[in-house]
Design a protein around this ligand. Sequence first.
Ligand code: AMP
Length: 315
Amino acid sequence: MPILVVGSVALDTVETPFQKADGVLGGAASYFATAASLYTRVNLVGVVGSDFPHEYLDFWRARGIDLSGLQVREGKTFHWSGRYHMDMNSRTTLDTQLGVFGDFHPEVPDTYKQSELLFLANIQPDLQLEVLQQVPTPRLTVLDTMELWIMTTRPQLTEVIKRVDVLLMSEEEVRQYTDEASLPVAVRKLFALGLKYIVVKLGSYGALLFGADGTYFSAPSYPLEEVIDPTGAGDSFAAGFLGYLATVQPTSNGLYSVDDIKRAVVHGNILGSFACGDFGIGALRALTIEQVAARYRELVIYSHFDPHWRSPQVS
Ligand code: AMP
């Protein structure tokens, strides 16, 4: 089952307290497509400038990523520059150069329109809406966003949230959007917009899954010894989430079981952890599904605890 993704394709400059990398491949759709191609075929919608290195296009094609929805325009590729703080979880945007992204409108090729899984990666909410108008009825639609859109285009973002099934947000973004200190209260407000699931990403601490049906699940993070560059961890999380779902059968009502959604969150954490191992897509390029499976087994051990404890005081 192929996944359709729309989002930014970028050349980034990333500074951490320890290293700096200039002109590395970035953008939400780049991370997502590279990571998700480990599981299934990916249909990519985005835009790059004439300066975009062909090497990446060749690599993506070889990984089964369909690029017929990737526009190549005269001009410069979107460029983002950011600096991570000492905790390697929070970052400051130093510069954004829109380039060809400035007047981009997504065009979904006819061959993509049957995609049953849709990922609206980080991009202006107006453009996410344009994609939703072009894709008739995906089985599952997942949305990612960022602080910038919560602050500058909130009404449009709300329109997108109302039309999707799953929302991925960092803990900080949930608080910014809802203006609530308590996560359960904040999540209740978000469910009023019609979502089925909300995944709250906790950076290096894992992720929480909330379901409109009352489901709650805390997914462990992988204890990484070294974080080289966390950029793209959120997009790789989405890739693990949707990539795993692309490999399983939905139930008879066309939806996914709660157990599969939980496994999808664990795959999200695993792919997010691998993305941190290098700048750009460096660590994802070499990743194998065997390495994903090994980390999955480790996480089961790290997060399992004995369910049979009983207090002698409780009959
Ligand atoms: P993540 O770390 O998962 O939030 O994704 C980081 C990626 O988002 C970087 O590679 C950036 O190129 C991209 N990005 C940063 N700002 C924007 C923006 N305003 N619109 C779209 N993509 C962006």
